[in-house]
Design a protein around this ligand. Structure first.
Ligand SMILES: Cc1cc2nc3c(=O)[nH]c(=O)nc-3n(C[C@H](O)[C@H](O)[C@H](O)COP(=O)(O)OP(=O)(O)OC[C@H]3O[C@@H](n4cnc5c(N)ncnc54)[C@H](O)[C@@H]3O)c2cc1C
Length: 392
């Protein structure tokens, strides 16, 4: 395992909402998500809104629109199944290695306005198709299940997923590293892969910048799971990967009054913001859009994040002690993860998990491991394979 950072889980994984939630798993295609950014955060710059002839961007936009119109339902089904498989395996690993965790059960997919809640039957139908345990709730039933909601909060309705979980993804990744190390996996931190070169005969050479590894390492095979960098590593191999980086941000606040704090996770559909309880803290996360990573997050966006949490749980936390964090998630136009072999024999990829990167992580890793071992995966990989991308 070759990682440029000093530890595991320092990039996209670090501040994620921790939803291990097949119920909320859906391909992140722009027409759905973007409508929210456009109406809620008008003052923030978005590359997508910029005019001008950017051929690559425009093509990407066309593809994401097409994926939303033609494949959304089928892709949601696939992603929910992958996330359910991932959740099941994650829980098995936590139990097997006796891992510490901060898992909490139950998630509300919440709608503020009656006009928004009108979509509930349609979403319920999708949940039924995906065989997800769920219940449609009105405001009274929501408050009965989660008494911590403020009496002032706008609650037009919710879909409740009792089996969805919110937990601590970084804690899991760190313990997985220890478990893997004990099984004999070598971790090389502070080491950057500069290039990948398939060799005649099936082996793969890696050019590495590292204080302790040799500059050139020849391996039997490699899995590229390097977020956005995966596309840069594949480009010289004439294997384009249309990944784009979407900026996402989060706030972590200490719980002030446990009785007024949420015991379950929520996803606010109006703002596309998630809130999860992590022991004595609450994490609030949102999507910003295609903001250049170098740019600092607009203060209005940070205030919005805390305001949204305060709407539901005004006395739960010390919101003025929030720690903010931001990173990018890599996504393909389809909003679906991609894993499997590339056309270069023993060069494999595992990328593009968008906002379901924890929920789907162990599932996609398992399917990929089975494929590499030449075994039949327990789960169908169609729709996630690099060859599907070429066909799209
Ligand atoms: C704010 C936020 C909230 C989220 N909420 C959820 C959620 O609730 N549920 C969920 O399931 N998912 C969520 N996600 C998505 C999830 O966190 C990501 O999909 C997942 O973390 C991606 O994991 P990864 O290992 O692919 O990427 P990363 O964690 O970014 O790992 C890629 C690693 O590759 C390393 N690397 C890159 N290039 C090189 C190189 N050349 N050489 C060596 N190392 C390299 C990087 O340093 C990095 O450590 C969220 C994401 C964000 C940002």
């Amino acid at each position: 395992m070759i990682e440029r950072r000093a530890h595991v889980a320092e990039e996209a994984t670090f501040g994620n909402s921790g939803l291990l939630a097949p119920g909320m798993a859906m391909p992140l295609t722009l027409p759905g998500a973007f409508a929210t950014f456009a109406c809620r955060f008008k003052e923030e710059p978005r590359e997508l809104l910029a005019s001008g002839a950017d051929f690559v961007r425009n093509r990407w936009m066309r593809q994401t629109r097409q994926a939303q119109q033609q494949h959304f339902a089928a892709n949601k089904l696939r992603l929910s199944r992958l996330s359910a498989y991932g959740q099941e395996l994650t829980l098995q690993l936590q139990a097997h290695y006796n891992m510490e965790h901060e898992n909490g059960n139950g998630l509300f997919h919440l709608f503020r306005q009656p006009s928004e809640a009108a979509r509930i039957p349609q979403i319920q139908e999708a949940a039924q198709q995906c065989e997800l345990k769920h219940k449609a709730l009105d405001a009274e039933a929501i408050r009965e299940l989660e008494p911590a909601f403020s009496s002032e909060a706008e609650l037009a309705g919710a879909l409740y997923y009792p089996d969805d979980i919110a937990g601590n993804c970084v804690l899991f990744a760190k313990q997985m590293r220890n478990a893997a190390q004990e099984l004999g996996v070598s971790f090389h931190f502070g080491s950057t892969v500069k290039s990948v070169q398939p060799e005649f005969g099936g082996r793969v050479a890696l050019e590495i910048e590292s204080p302790h590894l040799s500059q050139r390492l020849t391996t039997d095979g490699v899995v590229l799971a390097a977020g956005m960098q995966t596309a840069d590593l594949l480009r010289p191999l004439d294997t384009p990967l249309p990944l784009r980086a979407m900026q996402s941000y989060s706030a972590l606040v200490p719980v002030k009054n446990p009785d007024d704090a949420p015991s379950m996770a929520l996803f606010d559909d109006s703002y596309k913001v998630a809130m999860t309880r992590l022991g004595g803290r609450i994490r609030i996360t949102g999507l910003l859009g295609f903001v250049p990573p170098s740019q600092t997050i607009p203060p209005k966006a940070l205030r919005n994040l805390l305001k949204i949490a305060g709407d539901y749980y005004p006395n739960a936390a010390n919101y003025n002690q929030a720690h903010f964090w931001s990173n990018t998630i890599s996504m393909l136009p389809s909003g679906m993860p991609l894993f499997g072999p590339t056309r270069h024999g023993n060069v494999f990829v595992n990328v593009g998990h968008g906002v379901t990167g924890w929920a789907a992580a162990v599932g996609s890793a398992r399917v990929l491991a089975d494929m590499i071992a030449g075994e039949e995966p327990e789960m169908e990989a169609d729709g996630f394979l690099p060859r599907d991308l070429a066909a799209a």
